[in-house]
Design a protein. Structure first.
Length: 302
């Protein structure tokens, strides 16, 4: 059977908040019998954005994660509301009954993602219910997909097998899979939010002049094994992304024609690492095979 899923591309989200406003516009002051009572005007809505900034100095990356109810297949809210307060439809959508859930503030705490909000005026817990009232009326997707200018949000209705195959093929991930709630909210490029990068800027000096080193060959190794490789850009910058945020030590090898090679040991701790300016030494003559490796000068290491 085909069921609804939502795919969000973190790399395409520009923090415009259109999805947030669309949910407010649809749900505030509007009652949809069987689906929802009017949502509150004030406070965080059932769709919101979270921000994560990585790096430092000029090598900074800020990403935004649209968040909402994931319509989990094994959500704790389903167990807590098993008396009919919370139910899951055959198409995968989770609904909080606006009548049976009245007074059930405990359902707010049942969701580990914080996706259920409490409506103080109506004394009822509420979630983003995938705009089920619109889908049941013939709409082909919820409003958040239509208002996103970068098409960062996509709603798909496919079988569980097809969704699993797509998630594997496109490297889609869920938020906190270790909670075993089996959400139907998938993310693309989630590494920009929950993983780390390491990078730096390559420079060389000739007399009093300092120049960026473009086209240098940079390798990232762990335990002697090659993890990734890249080329420094026109500004001498290089970066390796999608790395564990802490607890791992890498070796970065740098080679460039006319410059002595360099090797740095980098320990990942407390998130992304910007290594600052790495000054490479000019090679005075032809380097013999198996020659020595220079130790670089790292300026302004952060």
């Amino acid at each position: 059977m085909k069921k609804w899923n939502l795919i969000v591309d973190v790399a395409l989200c520009e923090n415009c908040n259109n999805c947030v406003l669309a949910a407010k516009d649809e749900l505030v002051d509007n009652a949809f019998p069987g689906y929802s009572v009017p949502h509150e005007r004030q406070g965080r809505g059932v769709v919101w954005l979270e921000r994560r900034t990585r790096g430092s100095a000029h090598m900074v990356d800020t990403a935004y994660r649209p968040a909402m109810c994931g319509h989990c297949d094994a959500g704790p809210c389903l167990a807590a509301g098993a008396d009919g307060a919370v139910r899951k439809r055959e198409d995968g959508i989770v609904l909080i009954d606006p009548v049976k859930a009245r007074g059930r503030r405990d359902l707010v705490d049942a969701c580990p993602y914080g996706a259920i909000v409490w409506n103080e005026a109506e004394q009822v817990p509420q979630n983003w219910f995938f705009d089920a009232h619109l889908l049941d009326a013939g709409w082909t997707a919820p409003r958040c997909t239509a208002v996103c200018p970068t098409q960062a949000i996509e709603a798909v209705r496919v079988s569980d097998e097809d969704m699993a195959a797509r998630a594997e093929a496109e490297r889609l991930r869920t938020w906190h899979p270790e909670w075993s709630t089996r959400p139907r909210l998938y993310y693309r490029n989630l590494h920009r939010f929950d993983r780390a990068f390491v990078g730096g800027s390559l420079l060389t000096r000739e007399g009093e002049e300092v120049a960026c080193v473009a086209g240098a060959r940079v390798q990232l190794r762990h335990g002697g094994e090659l993890v990734s490789r890249t080329i420094s850009d026109a500004f001498g910058d290089f970066r390796f992304d999608d790395l564990p945020p802490d607890g791992v030590t890498y070796q970065i090898g740098i080679e460039c024609d006319g410059l002595l090679p360099a090797v740095l040991d980098v320990e990942m701790e407390d998130g992304s690492r910007h290594l600052g300016d790495i000054l490479l030494v000019k090679q005075l003559g032809p380097r013999a095979s198996g020659g020595s490796t220079a130790t670089p000068v790292v300026e302004h290491a952060l």
